[in-house]
Design a protein around this ligand. Structure first.
Ligand code: AHG
Ligand code: MN
Ligand code: MN
Length: 358
């Protein structure tokens, strides 16, 4: 048979997962709708300067600032609108929550509501748009805990372990959708001629060990002691306690850094730092957002055999208190995440024993 006839489209993959009882029709529809919206976003991103979509959003009197306190890019707003419009009328969702919206978008009364909650970062890595570096869309799916007619912000505040699906679309040299419905992490590449996502890697696996770390080193002076010690030992390389040299990569698009780690291993770190507040304030505990960046990426990584912590506990075990709360992130190759977490654990134990001895 020709390549085309054996190639599995996303649609065929989802139908087969449904046949295996791993997905129901509404969740299948949800994923197909999100994938279609990502194709629309990919077209807008791909136009670049020709599409008038670069630069900051907002009117002449300055950029528009989102709930994160960050200047919105035009494509942040475009991607957000595409996802809201695509998901409003299908009857599969009760509500959506977005990095770009203070409050959740409740499916309007004009349309039926379903039992799913969709959370997304409509465009991740926005700072890279104007310099033509890969960006992406991250999404997470929860089940509405109560009656869909009563959905509110509280309905979203569920731990990452409650996710029923998660994924991202990376708009890079190729456009790829990476997806989990709780049975492995799988990659689909957009066939631009056919206009469909084609399964190109089933069951991605993150190597347990790595010699590559991803962190924004310019923040080093703001890190807490165990993070300083951990990265210091990585930088000491084969002359230090780790006994190996390490390489570093930092794209500043979480989607691109995580995709590299899913593909060849590594550890991605965005730690707490003193600029971000006390560290005890859940809305200031890091830069990355728990609900629509850390949790979906953690599920994808764990389903591929990797690990994801905040330096001290599994990210997906954290019970959220705020929709836009932030969290320190250490994710990727299991052995390296365990090593980084050990530095934090040993630091905390030493501090506790000093406190007890005082
Ligand atoms: P977003 O564009 O959705 O705000 O996310 C950007 C995030 C994440 O993608 C990336 O890993 C991180 O910000 C980069 O932060 P720095 O620019 O501080 O390195
Ligand atoms: Mn982001
Ligand atoms: Mn974003």
């Amino acid at each position: 048979m020709s390549q085309a006839s054996t190639a599995r489209s996303l649609t065929r993959f989802l139908i087969e997962e449904k046949r295996e009882g791993r997905i129901n029709p509404d969740l299948r529809l949800l994923i197909e709708v999100v994938a279609r919206a990502c194709k629309t976003i990919a077209v807008a991103v791909g136009k670049g300067a020709l599409g008038g979509v670069l630069g900051d959003a907002g009117t002449g009197n300055g950029a528009s600032i989102n709930v994160q306190g960050e200047a919105q890019k035009k494509l942040d707003v475009i991607a957000n609108d595409v996802l809201l419009e695509a998901n409003a009328w299908g009857g599969h969702l009760a509500a959506c929550a977005s990095e770009e919206m203070d409050e959740p978008f409740l499916i309007p009364d004009a349309y039926p509501r379903g039992n799913y909650l969709l959370l997304f970062d409509p465009l991740d890595g926005s700072s890279n748009i104007d310099v033509n570096v890969s960006v992406g869309t991250i999404f997470s799916v929860l089940v509405c805990p109560g009656d869909a007619q009563d959905v509110d912000t509280q309905s979203f505040l569920q731990p990452g372990t409650a996710q029923v699906a998660a994924g991202y679309c990376i708009y890079g040299p190729s456009t790829m959708l990476v997806l989990t419905i709780g049975h492995g992490t799988h990659a689909f590449t957009l066939d631009r001629e056919q206009g469909s996502f084609v399964l190109t890697q089933r069951d991605m696996r993150v190597p347990d060990e790595t010699r590559e770390f991803a962190v924004n080193m310019s923040n080093q002076r703001h890190w807490e002691a165990p993070m300083q010690a951990y990265v210091g030992d990585l930088l000491a390389g084969s002359e230090g306690v780790r006994g190996n040299d390490f390489n570093t990569r930092w794209i500043a698009s979480m989607v691109a850094d995580v995709h590299r780690i899913l593909t060849r291993g590594g550890i991605f770190i965005y730690p707490w730092d003193s600029r971000l507040g006390t560290g005890t304030d859940p809305c200031k505990a890091g830069k990355l957002r728990l609900m629509y960046e850390a949790n979906p990426m953690s599920l994808l990584i764990e389903q591929a055999g990797g690990a994801s912590t905040n330096g001290r506990e599994r990210i997906m075990d954290i019970t959220p208190t705020h929709l836009h709360q932030r969290v320190p992130v250490f994710l990727g190759s299991r052995a390296e995440v365990a090593m980084a977490s050990r530095y934090h654990h040993e630091h905390d134990m030493a501090r506790a024993s000093r406190f007890n001895d005082a």
